[in-house]
Ligand binder design. Structure first.
Ligand code: SF4
Length: 228
C-alpha cells in the first residue's frame, strides 16, 4: 500500500480491474472468478460490490485507500507492506482506515509492516518498532518500551520531537541540530554521528553493529550507556 491512493490507482481502470489486476498478472483466476473476487474484496473493506464498476476519481480519499487495501488482499498475502498509508488522509478518516487494517490483520492472520513517522499511530497499531536512519537500523524494540524509553540518540530525538511523547522522557539533552546528510554521501562510521550529542572520534571509524542489549531490544550504538 502506498501513501497516496489517488496516484497509486490507475485512473483509467475501473476499480474492480485494479483490485484484481494481480490475479490477472499471475494467471490466478479467469474473468468471472476475478469479477466475483473483486466484489467480495470490496465488501470486505467496507465498500459495495457495485463499486467495482466505478473509477478511482469517483471515490473519496478514504474510500480509495480502502480500494488499495482490497487490491493488496487480492492474492491472499501473509504480509502487507503499508508505506505511510494514512498520512495523505483527513484526520477523521485516518482512524477508520487504521481500524480496518487492524480488524483485517486479526481476521486474516496478516502481518503488517507499517512505515510511518507518526508516533501516535505507530503506538496504536504496532507491536514492534524498528527505527531507521539513512537506510540503517538504529534500534529495534517492543512498541511500548520504545515510546517510553528509547535508547538510541536518534530514537530519543524522534520521541522528544513528537507532541505528547516528549513529555514522557522528561528533561535531557537531545539530538536536534543539523541537516540530515545526503543518502548518496552518508557519513563514515555511524551514519547518525553528525547530529549525535554523544558522538566521539570512534563513531567516525566504525559502523556500530546492531546488538541485543536486553530481551527484545536491539541497538546500534557504540556508546549505549552514555547520557543522551
Ligand atoms: S555510535 Fe556514536 S554517533 Fe552513533 S549514535 Fe552511538 S554515540 Fe551517537
Amino acid at each position: 500500500m502506498f501513501q497516496d491512493p489517488a496516484t497509486s490507482l490507475d485512473p483509467r481502470m475501473r476499480v474492480g480491474e485494479s483490485v484484481t489486476e494481480s490475479l490477472l498478472a499471475h494467471g490466478l483466476a479467469g474473468r468471472a472468478e476475478r469479477r466475483d473476487r473483486a466484489a467480495a474484496l470490496l465488501i470486505q473493506v467496507g465498500l459495495a460490490a457495485d463499486d467495482a464498476r466505478r473509477y478511482p476519481h469517483e471515490f473519496s480519499g478514504g474510500q480509495r485507500q480502502r480500494v488499495a487495501i482490497a487490491r493488496a488482499l487480492a492474492v491472499g498475502p501473509d504480509l502487507i507492506v503499508a508505506d505511510e498509508p494514512v498520512s495523505a488522509l483527513d484526520v477523521s478518516v485516518q482512524a477508520q482506515v487504521i481500524n480496518l487494517l487492524l480488524s483485517l490483520r486479526d481476521e486474516l492472520g496478516l502481518a503488517l509492516l507499517f512505515i510511518s513517522h507518526d508516533l501516535p499511530t505507530v503506538e496504536f497499531l504496532c507491536d514492534s518498532v524498528v527505527v531507521m536512519y539513512l537506510g540503517r537500523v538504529m534500534e529495534r524494540a517492543p512498541a511500548g518500551q520504545f515510546q517510553h524509553a528509547p535508547l538510541h540518540p536518534y530514537s530519543q530525538m524522534l520521541v522528544r520531537s513528537a507532541p505528547r511523547f516528549g513529555e514522557r522522557l522528561g528533561a535531557g539533552v537531545s539530538a536536534d541540530g543539523g541537516e540530515m546528510p545526503s543518502p548518496l554521501a552518508p557519513p563514515t562510521g555511524c551514519v547518525f554521528r553528525t547530529r549525535c550529542p554523544r558522538a566521539t572520534l570512534e563513531c567516525a571509524l566504525a559502523v556500530p553493529p546492531l546488538e541485543q542489549v536486553a530481551p527484545g531490544r536491539w541497538l546500534a550504538c557504540i556508546h549505549p550507556g552514555a547520557p543522551a
